[in-house]
Design a protein around this ligand. Structure first.
Ligand SMILES: [Zn+2]
Length: 118
């Protein structure tokens, strides 16, 4: 039984593995942080949110300061679809923001019409 968790992420409850819902890539154990199995691109926030004022003249330029903000983009290693974006502190590990109780989910979704496939 496979259950979609986000737009491009699903969990296979029979194998307890994260999978890409776009290319079927098996990512890793669903008991671990799925982000550890994805490709990570650490972006400079000044590239993503370009300053509206000259950062050489003004301390606050309406753009995140790269000394205090990093942007991590997470991509599927199979098809390259972007799965998540995280704003964090430079050097910080990816947040473990999704921990699923697999046994409860299996019980809850058994027989449900929202299941992706069985
Ligand atoms: Zn994929």
């Amino acid at each position: 039984m496979k259950v979609r968790v986000t737009e491009y992420l699903r969990v296979d409850l029979s194998t307890e593995r994260w999978e890409c819902d776009r290319c079927d890539e098996s990512l890793g154990s669903a008991r671990d942080n799925y982000k550890h199995f994805l490709l990570i691109h650490a972006r400079n926030p000044r590239e993503v949110h370009q300053p509206l004022l000259d950062p050489n003249k003004y301390e606050f330029c309406f753009s995140p300061d790269p000394k205090v903000c990093s942007i991590y983009e997470f991509y599927c290693p199979g098809c390259g679809v972007m799965m998540d974006v995280e704003y964090t502190i430079p050097g910080h590990m990816p947040l473990h923001d999704m921990q699923i109780d697999l046994d409860s989910l299996r019980e809850k979704w058994s027989g449900s019409a929202i299941v992706v496939e069985q």
